[in-house]
Design a protein around this ligand. Structure first.
Ligand SMILES: NC(=O)C1=CN([C@@H]2O[C@H](COP(=O)(O)OP(=O)(O)OC[C@H]3O[C@@H](n4cnc5c(N)ncnc54)[C@H](OP(=O)(O)O)[C@@H]3O)[C@@H](O)[C@H]2O)C=CC1
Ligand SMILES: N[C@@H](CC=O)C(=O)O
Length: 324
């Protein structure tokens, strides 16, 4: 049986979640694809750190070229985070004829066209399902079963950390700083959680969805964005008194050639379907001109849900490469 060798860039929260997903479901993955999967090399800064997975010292490297120039590796997973050097590494991997999988919305949103075009030019696959909605298969749905639609609108909760913070503040009256710390411990937050609480992470995800749905690139910095850092317990109590909840919402709507978009906290009546989406769960409504309204719901953050999406992309690429 063919063993698909994978190069992994970054063994942090999501790298570890991806590694665990592979270990946990290896037999199932063999049955599903007829292929065996192995993470053979890992790029990490600190190769001596104590980890809760069994990784051999020989798997680690601090030189990305050890991965890009390895003829046995066909698929590279990028889970370093940040725009650079992640983007340069993904482009380098593609130029070395490696297919690339990433969860890095900051890098994908900043360089959407460059990454997708470089993949095409090098005839390799580029997949980024985990970059939007964690474990929710929204990008796959938009680009496959929903592709016959002209899309009209998208609206939803696209950040697990802020939804977790707002839920815990609303339901248990907890303090913003305490809940943010807990979200970091649970592996939901970005390395710099400013991106979460100021709405930047949602703007990155919305930019990617706009590129896919409306075939138009809108840089995240051009999306009017407001986060939740200024929301107080008083704001939350005031919403409660109105039988409502505060949620951080992403929105984009196309009307003819006019496209409008925003990221901002909104007060939703408790009867609104998005008001009942709690903790790290995300939910997104997509409206297509044929299908009407479709709702996606699931865990939008966390090592295993995100690892599920990353490995799903790896399996799809491997089936294309080896099961001809
Ligand atoms: N957390 C979540 O639920 C989700 C996260 N994502 C995305 O997944 C990606 C990874 O996130 P996460 O795992 O939480 O981040 P972490 O910071 O936990 O992990 C990144 C790892 O990569 C290492 N690293 C970073 N830069 C380099 C470099 N230049 N060379 C070698 N090693 C490097 C870091 O080392 P060091 O610690 O020493 O810097 C760290 O171990 C991000 O793009 C994030 O946005 C996507 C969906 C959900
Ligand atoms: N920090 C992000 C991680 C997933 O994309 C979030 O909280 O949603």
């Amino acid at each position: 049986m063919k063993t698909v060798k994978i190069g992994l860039l970054g063994l942090g929260n999501i790298g570890t979640g991806t590694y665990k997903t592979l270990e946990m479901n290896k037999v199932h993955m063999v049955e599903a694809t007829g292929l065996n999967f192995e993470i053979s090399k890992i790029l990490e800064r600190d190769t001596t750190k104590k980890r809760d997975i069994a990784v051999c010292q020989e798997q680690f490297t601090q030189d990305p070229d050890d991965i890009f120039k390895d003829p046995e590796i066909d698929i590279v997973i990028e889970l370093l985070g940040g725009i650079e050097p992640a983007t340069t590494f993904m482009l380098d991997a593609m130029k070395h004829k490696k297919s690339v999988v990433t969860a890095n919305k900051a890098a994908v949103a900043a360089n959407f066209e460059k990454l997708t075009e470089t993949a095409k030019a090098n005839q390799v696959e580029f997949r980024y399902e985990a970059s939007v909605g964690g474990g929710i298969p929204i990008i796959n749905a938009l680009t496959t079963v929903l592709q016959a639609n002209e899309f009209v609108e998208i609206q939803g909760i696209l950040n697990g950390t802020t939804n977790y913070i707002l839920t815990q503040m609303t339901e248990f009256g907890l303090q913003y700083e305490d809940v943010l710390k807990k979200a970091q411990e649970l592996g939901f937050a970005e390395a710099d959680p400013t991106a979460d609480v100021e709405g930047i992470d949602v703007a990155n995800k919305l930019s990617i969805l706009i590129s896919i749905m409306f075939k138009k690139y809108v840089a995240p910095k051009n999306i009017p964005t407001k986060g939740i850092s200024s929301i107080t317990q008083q704001d939350i109590e005031a919403a409660k008194a109105e039988d409502s909840k505060i949620k951080l919402l992403a929105y984009a709507h196309k009307n003819g050639s006019h496209l409008e978009y925003s990221v901002k906290p909104m007060v939703l009546k408790n009867s609104h379907p998005l008001a009942s989406v709690s903790n790290e769960f995300n939910a997104v409504y997509v409206t297509g001109n044929a299908v009407g309204e479709v709702m996606f719901y699931g865990k939008g953050a966390g090592p295993l849900p995100t690892g599920s999406a990353v490995m799903g992309d790896v399996l799809e690429i491997a089936k294309k490469l080896y099961n001809k």
